[in-house]
Design a protein around this ligand. Structure first.
Ligand code: AMP
Ligand code: MG
Length: 412
C-alpha cells in the first residue's frame, strides 16, 4: 500500500510501537460529515468548528464582594441610594457621593468607581463611612473578563469534556457542530468462541474481546456494528469483510491474523484489498495488520484478550481519534518507583498492568498486578495503569524508576 510517509510499510524484524503508530496516523484522512447536536448530547464528540463567543462573560461589570458600590467624592460620608442584588440590579446611576448596598455578582450601577467590602463600612441609617482608603476600580469584575465577545472559546478538533459543555452553555449557545461518529465494523473471529449465556461445548471458550473493545469504540463516539465469533473459514472471512467494507469507515478484526492454520484474516484482506502485517516490538500484542478493504481502512488486532486491548488502546485509538478530526496530544506519562520486580528482556516494549498509588511519604509507587500473560484479563481488571517498560530495557528491580500511563477514559 502507499505509505504516504517515509516509514517502511514492512520492516525486517520487529516494528517499534511509535513507528507503527506514526505510520497509521499518516494514513488517516479525517472523515467527511458533521452534525448539529444539542449541547446536552454533545459531550465526548469532536468539534467540527471553533466555538466563538457572541457575548461577554460576565455580561456586565459586577461586584466581587458583598459591600457598597461607590461613586467617589471629596467626602467622608456617603448617602445610600438603594440596593443591588444578583438578578435584581439597581436601576439608575450613582451621583458623586452616593453608594448602593451591593451583593456579590450583582451588576454595578452606572457611575460606580469601586466596590468596598462591608467589613470596612460603618453604616448609620442611610449614611455610610468607610474606614479604609478607597481605591478606584477595586472589587469589580469586568464585563468580558472570563470570555470576551468575539473570542475563540474552543478550537475545532477539540473533543468536548463536561466542563467544555458548561463553557459553551455559559456563552448562551444551545447547540454545536460536531464531526459525525466514525462507523466501525468490529469482527471477532474464532470457531472456539461461544456467546456468554450459552453452554460451552468441547473446546469452546466464551467470547469476551467484543465486551472490551466495543465499549472503548463507543466511548469514542463510534457507531459500532458487531459480528462476534466469525467462523474460521476463508469464505466466511471474505464475506464478512466485504459486507463490512460497504458500510464502515474502519474495519477492526481481532484474532485470526497470525500465521496459524486457522488464521484467514490476512489472506482475505490481501484478496480483497491491501495489507501490511507487522510483528510489533510490543508485549503483549505482537502481530498487527493494517490495510484497506474497498473504501474502508482495516486494522487487524491480535486475538489474545490483553493483546487486543493494548493494541487497540495504543494504536487503534490514536488512529480513530485522528479519523474523527480530533487534535490528539501525547498521553501524560509519570515516573514512579517500582514496588515489585518486573521481569523483562530487551527487544520489545512491555505494557505491564499495575496499581499506582502514593506511599506514606507521598511518592508515586507502582506494583504489578501479578501474572501478565496475554490471556489474563483479570490482571487488567485490577489495574489502574500501564507500566511502560522501554524496548531496550531489561529486568527491573524493585526500587527502580519506571514510566506509567494511568488508565484513561477509554479504558475505565
Ligand atoms: P488467534 O489470534 O485467533 O489465534 O487468538 C489468540 C487467542 O485469543 C486464542 O486463544 C483465542 O481463543 C483467543 N481469542 C481470540 N478471540 C477471542 C475473543 N473474541 N474472546 C476471547 N478470546 C479470544
Ligand atoms: Mg483464532
Amino acid at each position: 500500500m502507499s505509505t504516504g510517509c517515509d516509514l517502511p510499510a514492512q520492516v525486517k524484524g520487529l516494528m517499534p510501537v511509535e513507528q507503527a503508530r506514526a505510520f497509521l496516523l499518516s494514513q488517516a484522512v479525517v472523515v467527511d460529515g458533521t452534525e448539529v447536536l444539542d449541547l446536552r448530547q454533545a459531550c465526548g464528540r469532536v468539534l467540527a468548528e471553533p466555538v466563538i463567543s457572541s457575548v461577554n462573560v460576565p455580561p456586565a461589570d459586577n461586584s466581587a464582594m458583598d459591600g457598597y458600590a461607590i461613586a467617589l467624592a471629596e467626602t467622608t460620608e456617603y448617602r445610600v441610594a438603594g440596593t443591588a442584588l444578583a438578578g435584581h440590579p439597581f436601576k439608575g446611576s450613582l451621583q458623586a457621593g452616593e453608594c448602593v448596598r451591593i451583593m456579590t455578582g450583582a451588576p454595578v450601577p452606572a457611575g460606580t468607581d469601586l466596590v468596598e467590602m462591608q467589613e470596612n463600612a460603618e453604616r448609620e441609617g442611610d449614611t455610610v463611612r468607610f474606614t479604609e482608603a478607597l481605591t478606584t476600580g477595586s472589587n469589580i469584575r469586568r464585563a468580558g473578563e472570563d470570555i470576551a465577545l468575539g473570542s475563540e472559546v474552543l478550537p475545532a478538533g477539540r473533543r468536548l469534556t463536561s466542563s467544555d459543555c458548561g463553557l459553551i452553555a455559559s456563552i448562551g449557545q444551545p447547540q454545536v457542530t460536531v464531526r459525525r461518529g466514525l462507523k466501525v465494523a468490529l469482527l471477532t473471529t474464532g470457531d472456539e468462541l461461544a456467546a456468554p449465556g450459552t453452554d460451552l461445548v468441547d473446546g469452546q471458550i466464551y467470547e469476551s474481546n467484543s465486551y472490551v473493545l466495543a465499549p472503548m469504540l463507543e466511548k469514542l463516539g463510534a457507531e459500532v456494528s458487531l459480528v462476534t465469533a466469525l467462523e474460521d473459514t476463508p469464505w466466511a472471512t471474505q464475506d464478512a469483510l466485504q459486507k463490512a467494507s460497504q458500510q464502515a469507515d474502519l474495519i477492526i478484526t481481532c484474532g485470526g491474523v497470525s500465521v496459524g492454520d486457522a488464521d484467514y484474516v490476512k489472506a482475505a484482506v490481501e484478496e480483497l484489498g491491501e495489507l501490511v502485517l507487522w510483528k510489533l516490538a510490543l508485549k503483549p500484542g505482537k502481530p498487527l495488520a493494517f490495510g484497506r478493504v474497498g473504501q474502508a481502512l482495516f486494522l487487524g488486532l491480535p486475538g489474545n484478550p490483553v493483546s487486543s486491548l493494548v493494541t487497540l488502546h495504543q494504536l487503534g485509538i490514536p488512529l480513530i481519534r485522528t479519523l474523527c478530526g480530533e487534535t490528539v496530544a501525547a498521553p501524560l506519562r509519570l515516573q514512579a518507583t517500582a514496588l515489585t520486580l518486573l521481569k523483562k528482556s530487551p527487544g520489545r516494549a512491555f505494557y505491564l498492568t499495575g496499581i499506582a498509588s502514593l506511599n506514606e511519604a507521598g511518592q508515586l509507587v507502582v506494583a504489578s498486578t501479578g501474572a501478565q500473560g496475554s490471556g489474563i484479563l483479570s490482571s487488567v481488571s485490577r489495574a489502574n495503569c500501564f507500566i511502560v517498560l522501554e524496548q531496550e530495557r531489561g529486568r527491573v528491580e524493585a526500587g527502580e524508576t519506571v514510566t506509567l500511563e494511568l488508565f484513561d477514559q477509554w479504558l475505565l
